[in-house]
Design a binder for this molecule. Structure first.
Ligand SMILES: Nc1nc2c(c(=O)[nH]1)N[C@H]1C(S)=C(S)[C@@H](COP(=O)(O)OP(=O)(O)OC[C@H]3O[C@@H](n4cnc5c(=O)[nH]c(N)nc54)[C@H](O)[C@@H]3O)O[C@H]1N2
Ligand SMILES: Nc1nc2c(c(=O)[nH]1)N[C@H]1C(S)=C(S)[C@@H](COP(=O)(O)OP(=O)(O)OC[C@H]3O[C@@H](n4cnc5c(=O)[nH]c(N)nc54)[C@H](O)[C@@H]3O)O[C@H]1N2
Ligand SMILES: [Mo]
Length: 679
């Protein structure tokens, strides 16, 4: 007899601003379908194409089902099945041996494969704190923008996403919302229906840019120049909110002088756009605000993956205060709302377990170089063990040539917790099967809305998979780490994360619980900066300025094209690349190039091209595309290297240089040359 399907409330685990509420239909212990929860306003009953196929990923025939031990050469991807007992005992012994000499030779490497607070660092942080392992500086996505925002608005604070629906002018800045923030786009459509004007600022003519009224197709890394020129116009035409500036901002006189150096003609030169377009945006933004209409900016992380990313975020984040946009609930700016969530981090991650130790910090964005460093007084111990979970560094970290060389080290002990045999998993000594979101507990904050989300397990673990938390608990036990906190259950950790802020019973019942955030949080100032004001001038970072890219393509005859590599719509970073139906939608790795740049190189549409710079060479098919402007090429999506024509992906070409703020990567600050592949 079949039971009728039951419905389990969950949360989407992926690194996306939308953090959707899920309803999983389960029958006889099998997940039949994952749907968007109609009761959750932001999810609105719909999911993206990727998570609509979550069961295809969960029950994928290539899902890792058992612990595996390497039998072939490093990187060969050859493994044999072993028992959990053998795997964990051996890993514990190896880590103990390394820790006995210097625990800092052990490095956790994790990012946002799951955004859940429990399965990301829940037990893992306790484990590594207790060991005294190296800290990981988790910079790979957003740290430049985060630091820029923190030194302007005081943290990752924002207007509420739902009020974009009421805005009269929306600027989508460095974001391909239809691809990477689909549920925000619904609010934009609503605003458009109500007469809003919508602008997009992006070097690529994205599917989002096409649907906006205006598109400023600037050169990568020139956003601060554009923002300063907008300020210039706001000043020149007195479209300013003098009251708001006087009461709630810091450093106006200095910023004004700086902005007056950036007339639209100067910025137009730098940005590679028409001055008239800059003037028009400034006029629409300034005049709408003067009329008392709400004006809103959706900034996203796309514009901060260049040398001057932090400065750009500071410049853009200064605009709303200048026109008093924050006074209205449908005005202001949203880059990330994650700082508004009161996470009990100390209770979750237990930094007290460090008991006074202060391990060194390794930047995840320079893992290529750091894996190749020898012991020295400056660096400390050579890295001898890496435990990778929720991340695929061999595919996602910059300058892959170095990353691969590092992970290929015979003397490096690598443990990878994964769902699939990714590019990184190929280099594991032990590959451990982890549960997916359908199989474990978790609790989530969001960076694109302000609801806490709960995920309850819908099915039992597939195969012998275990939650990350459980793997770290069992490792801790084998290593004699006996603190009671290692016995906390996942459900307890979920309760701990937001204790006192939201009602857990509501989370259990609904799957989500809105934070208590005012509708217009900065209408009367009160920014979480030291001064309580929007800080145009910061003690640490001075005034925002335009910093040219490290690699200004137009001034390098050898590498005259700027390459950006933004997200693919049907993948989530390197996740989902192995889900056949989604990969079929993406087709294959492509380089978008303008007809002019292609013609100048004798490149035909669909032909294989060689893309290269001093760091490496990468081959893929060229797509002559109107999405590309002259001088800029696009390598879309982070494909698995092993699915690329030459066993590589775009990160073969990106550099390990770091942003002006936040020590972040500069994926979109990358000059290349492209040639027809005549080999
Ligand atoms: N479908 C899908 N959704 C995703 C992701 C994915 O891989 N696929 N990734 C997720 C992740 S990890 C994140 S961090 C978020 C946000 O991820 P983001 O990386 O912010 O993603 P996008 O919204 O695509 O924004 C990038 C946009 O910035 C543009 N861009 C590149 N350089 C510049 C520049 O110098 N200036 C300006 N103004 N624009 C520039 C790109 O052309 C692209 O359209 O999205 C998440 N959502
Ligand atoms: N060239 C270029 N490179 C980029 C970017 C770009 O735009 N261009 N974007 C950058 C950005 S914004 C980001 S955020 C990073 C993303 O980098 P990562 O955070 O490494 O993201 P993914 O590539 O999605 O890899 C996550 C892995 O975690 C695994 N995983 C998911 N859930 C779990 C779990 O519960 N347990 C375990 N053990 N594993 C799990 C998935 O199977 C997947 O293989 O990439 C960066 N790299
Ligand atoms: Mo990201």
């Amino acid at each position: 007899m079949h039971l009728t399907p039951i419905q389990i409330r969950g949360a989407c685990p992926h690194d996306c601003p939308d953090t959707c509420s899920l309803v999983t239909e389960v029958q006889d212990g099998v997940a039949l379908k994952v749907r968007g929860n109609p009761a959750h306003a932001h999810t609105h009953g719909t999911l993206c194409a990727k998570v609509n196929r979550y069961t295809e990923r969960t029950y994928h025939s290539e899902r890792l089902l058992y612990p595996m031990k390497r039998v072939g050469a490093k990187g060969s991807g050859k493994f044999e099945r072993v028992s959990w007992d053998e795997a964990l005992s051996d890993i514990a012994t190896r880590l103990e041996q390394i820790a006995a000499v210097d625990p800092q030779a052990i490095l956790p490497y994790s990012y946002a494969g799951t955004m859940g607070l429990v399965q990301s660092e829940g037990i893992a942080a306790r484990f590594f704190h207790k060991l005294g392992a190296s800290f990981l500086d988790r910079t790979i996505c957003s740290s430049a923008g985060t630091e820029g925002l923190t030194h302007t608005l005081g943290g990752k604070v924002a207007m509420k996403v739902e009020f974009f629906a009421e805005s009269k002018l929306i600027v989508i800045w460095g974001s391909n919302s239809i691809t990477s923030n689909l549920h925000f786009w619904r609010y934009v459509q609503e605003a458009k229906r109500l007469g809003a004007r919508v602008w997009c600022i992006d070097p690529r003519r994205t599917e989002t840019a096409e649907k906006c009224h205006e598109h400023i197709q600037l050169l990568p890394g020139t956003d601060a120049a554009l923002a300063l020129a907008i300020m210039h116009e706001l000043i020149a035409h007195d479209w300013l909110d003098h009251d708001y500036i006087a009461q709630h901002t810091l450093g106006w006189a200095a910023l004004k002088q700086r902005a007056l150096l950036w007339n639209p003609d100067r910025a137009a030169q730098v940005c590679g756009v028409q001055a008239a377009q800059i003037k028009k945006l400034a006029q629409e933004y300034g005049e709408a605000a003067k009329r008392g209409e709400p004006v809103a900016i959706r900034l996203n992380y796309g514009m901060q993956r260049v040398r001057g990313g932090g400065n750009s975020a500071r410049a853009v984040a200064s605009l709303p205060a200048l026109v008093g946009a924050w006074k209205q609930r449908a005005g202001g700016l949203l880059l990330s709302s994650s700082g508004m969530f009161p996470v009990n981090r100390a209770a979750l991650y237990r930094p007290d377990l460090l008991t006074g130790k202060t391990p060194r910090t390794i930047n995840m964005s320079t893992i290529g170089d750091d894996l190749l460093r020898e012991t020295s007084t400056e660096f400390g111990s050579k890295i001898q063990a890496v435990i990778v979970y929720n991340s695929n560094p061999v595919a996602v970290a910059p300058e892959s040539g170095k990353v691969v060389q590092g992970f290929a080290r015979e003397d490096l002990f690598t443990v990878v917790l994964e769902h699939f045999q990714t590019d990184t998993a190929d280099y594991a000594d032990y590959l451990l099967p982890a549960t997916t979101q359908l199989e474990h507990w978790d609790v989530h904050l969001a960076y694109g809305h302000t609801d806490v989300m709960l995920n309850q397990p819908a099915i039992a673990p597939v195969g012998e998979a275990k939650p990350n938390t459980q793997i770290f608990r069992e490792l801790a036990a084998r290593m004699g780490l006996t603190e009671p906190c290692f016995s906390d259950s996942d459900e307890m950790l979920c309760r701990t994360a937001f204790e006192g802020a939201v009602d857990f019973e509501t989370l259990l019942k609904d799957g989500f619980a809105p934070l208590n955030v005012p509708d217009a949080p900065f209408a009367k100032g009160g920014f979480p900066t030291a001064s309580g004001k929007c800080e145009f001038e910061s003690k640490v970072h001075g005034l925002p300025d335009h910093l040219p890219n490290y690699e200004v393509a137009s001034s390098d005859a050898r590498y005259p094209l700027a390459m950006i590599s933004p997200p693919a719509r049907n993948f989530l970073n390197s996740t989902f690349v192995n889900v056949t139906s989604l990969r079929n939608m993406e087709g294959e790795p492509l380089l978008e190039i303008s007809a002019q740049d292609a013609a100048a190189r004798g490149i035909a549409d669909g032909s294989i091209v060689k893309i290269f710079n001093d760091r490496g060479t990468y081959h893929c098919k060229a797509q002559i595309s109107e999405r590309a402007r002259i001088g800029v090429v696009h390598g879309l999506g982070i494909w698995w290297r092993k699915m690329g024509l030459d066993g590589k992906n775009v990160n073969e070409l990106t550099s390990q240089r770091l942003t002006d703020m936040g020590r972040g990567p500069v994926f979109y600050d990358c000059a290349v040359q492209v040639s027809a592949d005549v080999a």
